[in-house]
Design a binder for this molecule. Structure first.
Ligand code: ADP
Length: 403
């Protein structure tokens, strides 16, 4: 069964075409700079004649044109991997915000689109683009099931005392102000991989998953279900990130508004785009910050110390919330690739039974690896995340359950 996974942003469409249940990627790529004067289509396939990489620079007026470009490449005699659109049985859409309405992957029907539009105010930068992706896919793939897979869904099991804010009830009841959490697809995927690697039944698995990419978040997992996560109403809360501040005393926002006369838009830009690692060092690329750290650069030293300290605090908090811990799981660009950050995070966590093995930490194989020392009470794992595959798996499961 062929399943197309789409991740639609405001000016881009990322895609992967999977053969399921084999979990084989047939083609993947990206349309970028949609609506701008100079767009581009990047396409990679693996067909019988080997691998092909194509970059095609062209103006892409809108998302409909972008998806048609992808479809043409998928169908093309020399680059294609399908002979008819109808071969694609389902399209799995990454949808950032599902609010409280969606805790499972969902077949998109009219009422689902209405609900998605209703909650778009919670993710004004992301959900309108996801909806656009769904609408253009419905036009291109008229026979395929359209399935929404939500970044927030995995966190819908969080109890109210963890997701509520301590402000009057009506802000929750009337406006939906609460923590929702994000990166759920990644946390769920690495949780399943980690439990499988350790041979622990998911329903018995207790873990802390740490997703460190440009966006960073953590999840506390009890019996295979999320009970807390670091991001909140939006992906701005929690850990320090590439360009986002993470947790901050709310009165800083009041100060920026009252004393520096900043507008809500300016504060939004400051906290989302000009803060975090970038705000402290001038770049959000952790590799270059680590290089400066090694040269004793003062700003890099402070930024890394803050970045690591925040992660350690969340590990302590989640260990206390969980009461039992089978594994700490590192994933995403930084979590998978930086032995130095993993070392700093795990330093002095012996109090929680978390002890790293330096040799294992620095000599990783591909795939899931254990990096704890012999005397560690807790497994420490590095698990490469794969959100597209998780979306394909969940989409496949929905299609199977309907047959
Ligand atoms: P995104 O959230 O955009 O998917 P990624 O998961 O690709 O991000 O992570 C990007 C981050 O990972 C960047 O800060 C990058 O510098 C960092 N990174 C990638 N490789 C390494 C590495 N070898 N060492 C340290 N950081 C790395």
């Amino acid at each position: 069964m062929k399943i197309l996974v789409l991740n639609t942003g405001s000016s881009s469409i990322k895609f992967q075409l999977f053969a399921m249940p084999e979990q084989v990627v047939l083609a993947s790529g990206l349309v970028e700079k949609i609506g701008e004067a100079s767009g581009a289509v990047h396409y990679r396939n693996t067909n019988d004649s080997g691998e092909q990489n194509i970059v095609h620079e062209t103006m892409v007026q809108d998302h409909g044109v972008g998806l048609t470009e992808i479809l043409n490449l998928l169908l093309d005699g020399s680059t294609g991997v399908i002979s008819s659109t109808d071969e694609i049985v389902a399209v799995g859409h990454r949808v950032v915000h599902g609010g409280v309405y969606f805790s499972q992957p969902t077949v998109i029907q009219k009422d689902v689109l209405i609900d998605l539009k209703r909650i778009s105010y919670l993710a004004p930068l992301h959900n309108p683009a996801c909806i656009k992706g769904i609408e253009v896919a419905e036009d291109c793939f008229t026979k395929a099931a359209q399935i929404a897979v939500f970044d927030t869904a995995f966190h819908q099991s969080i109890p109210d005392y963890a997701y509520r804010f301590a402000i009057p009830k009506e802000y929750h009841d009337q406006h939906g102000l609460r923590a929702y959490g994000f990166h759920g697809t990644s946390h769920k995927y690495v949780m399943k991989r980690a439990a499988g690697h350790l041979n622990i039944a998911l329903g018995d698995f207790h873990a802390i998953t740490i997703h460190l990419g440009n966006g960073c978040s953590m999840a506390a997992i009890q019996n295979g279900k999320c009970i807390d996560t670091s991001m909140g109403l939006t992906p701005l809360g929690g850990l320090m990130m590439g360009t986002r501040s993470g947790d901050i005393d709310p009165s800083v926002l009041l100060f920026l508004s009252a004393h520096l006369d900043m507008s809500t838009h300016e504060i939004d830009q400051l906290l989302n785009k000009r803060s975090g690692l970038k705000g402290l060092t001038g770049t959000n690329d952790l590799r270059s910050i680590l290089a400066k750290y090694d040269e004793d650069d003062v700003d890099a030293k402070l930024a890394i110390a803050m970045y690591v300290y925040r992660i350690k605090k969340y590990i302590g908090a989640y260990a206390a919330a969980l009461g039992r811990l089978d594994a700490v799981v590192f994933t995403a660009g930084v979590g998978e690739n930086s032995a130095a950050i993993r070392t700093m995070v795990c330093d002095k966590l012996g109090i929680l039974g978390i002890e790293l093995d330096d040799t294992r930490n620095t000599a990783l194989d591909r795939g899931t690896c254990s990096i704890q020392s012999e005397k560690s009470n807790v497994n420490i794992l590095v698990v490469p995340t794969n959100e597209e595959l998780e979306i394909a798996i969940q989409t496949f499961d929905v299609v199977q359950s309907r047959q």
